[in-house]
Ligand binder design. Structure first.
Ligand SMILES: NC(=O)C1=CN([C@@H]2O[C@H](COP(=O)(O)OP(=O)(O)OC[C@H]3O[C@@H](n4cnc5c(N)ncnc54)[C@H](OP(=O)(O)O)[C@@H]3O)[C@@H](O)[C@H]2O)C=CC1
Ligand SMILES: Nc1nc2c(ncn2[C@@H]2O[C@H](COP(=O)(O)O)[C@@H](O)[C@H]2O)c(=O)[nH]1
Length: 325
């Protein structure tokens, strides 16, 4: 198996088919809706909050609300009362089961539910998928996080509508160091490996460091790309603003860090500072333009045309050109 990550791969252009990049459509269908971009901010406390989720939903972007210290039922009710889709996260513990039951009893079905635990290839995720399917049959279920084709196959067979791939590639992740496991350093090839067996959409999660990595994720099989650090440093970001020698930063911490958990137990995340780079809406516009440009280099007009391109691996044992023939 070839092992590579985002910074070791470049995609190869094909003959251009458009006169302007504005003719390229960066939109994607996902879970019965169409979104402007195949990118979604991570469901983390320092990346999204209620008002960011409202803004994203109202402006044509996908979002996943985090699951920490929030009332999911009130959130779903509020979003749907505004005519917006509801997209929540759940764990696999008793309070998460209670949330599903309360939603069902109230006649509220979130359009999207992301089951989000560190080691998603687990019977606990299977049981939660089955519980959601029984109580909220119309919810689109994203389940993760996983790292292998076996896990993708199991989650799909258990009823997930999409799987989330990425264990340990995140910028504030220390899973690799603490446990010796994960896709940190080879997330892109793990994505390629998983997408070979996937029959449903994959959300590639973690390790995105620049906008071009979105196109690379799409090339290797992602339908949606979840991004934390690139979204954490905005004026609107929920992290605390910190001033260091006159420069402004936002705190960005892992969901499995002691900062999120409130205790030092099974810590697999850390806290860093992200420089504030302006408004989230401006970054999203730039991201869309960059993805449009990626599509044009792919010789296409729509996002999934990126899947057709060849690529090269730079340096290392796997170096070489990879042709689609
Ligand atoms: N994508 C990634 O690489 C990672 C992401 N995270 C994120 O951090 C957040 C917290 O994650 P998590 O700790 O799972 O959430 P929770 O604290 O909600 O734990 C979920 C359940 O899974 C159990 N669990 C967690 N890890 C393992 C494991 N390795 N083996 C067996 N059981 C396990 C927990 O039990 P117990 O705690 O008692 O073991 C608990 O019952 C999530 O948002 C998650 O996505 C965390 C680590 C890696
Ligand atoms: N191992 C850990 N992974 C975490 C933690 N909190 C979040 N995450 C994952 O990281 C991505 C974001 O990655 P980035 O490279 O874009 O910053 C996020 O979506 C989660 O999957 C954690 O504490 N430990």
């Amino acid at each position: 198996m070839e092992i590579f990550d985002y910074d070791q791969v470049l995609l190869l252009p094909r003959k251009c088919r458009v006169e302007s990049r504005s003719q390229c459509d960066a939109g994607i269908d996902f879970g019965g809706r169409r979104f402007k971009l195949p990118a979604v901010p991570s469901n983390m406390k320092t990346v999204v909050d209620e008002s960011i989720c409202q803004w994203l939903a109202a402006n044509g972007y996908f979002y996943v609300m985090h699951r920490f210290d929030i009332d999911n039922v009130a959130f779903v009710r509020d979003m749907q009362a505004r005519g917006l889709f509801a997209s929540i996260s759940l764990g696999v513990k008793a309070p998460d089961y209670a949330t599903v039951d309360t939603l069902a009893d109230a006649g509220l079905t979130p359009e999207y539910i992301t089951i989000d635990i560190a080691h998603g290839h687990s019977d606990t995720v299977r049981d939660m998928i089955w519980h959601i399917r029984k109580k909220l049959p119309n919810a689109f279920i994203i389940a993760g996080n996983v790292a292998t084709p076996e896990a993708v196959i199991d989650l799909e067979n258990w009823g997930a509508d999409a799987t989330k791939v990425g264990v340990g590639p995140g910028k504030v992740c220390i899973t690799k160091l603490k446990t010796g496991f994960g896709t940190g350093g080879w997330q892109l090839s793990a994505l390629k490996w998983c997408s070979r067996v996937a029959t449903k959409p994959i959300v590639a999660d973690g390790g995105i460091r620049s906008h071009g990595d979105i196109a690379k994720s799409i090339r290797f099989g992602a339908t949606m790309v979840m991004i934390g650090s690139l979204f954490a440093g905005h004026e609107e970001s929920p992290g605390t603003t910190v001033d260091v020698n006159g420069e402004r930063f936002k705190e960005y911490f892992g969901s499995a860090s002691d900062f999120n958990k409130g205790e030092y137990r099974h810590v697999e995340g850390k806290k860093i500072l992200e420089p504030i780079k302006g408004k989230l809406s401006d970054t999203l516009v730039e991201m869309e333009q960059d993805v449009q440009s990626s599509i044009s280099y792919a010789g296409g007009t729509k996002l999934l045309d990126i899947r057709k391109v060849n690529y090269v691996i730079l340096g290392g044992d796997n170096a070489g050109e990879h042709l689609l023939m």
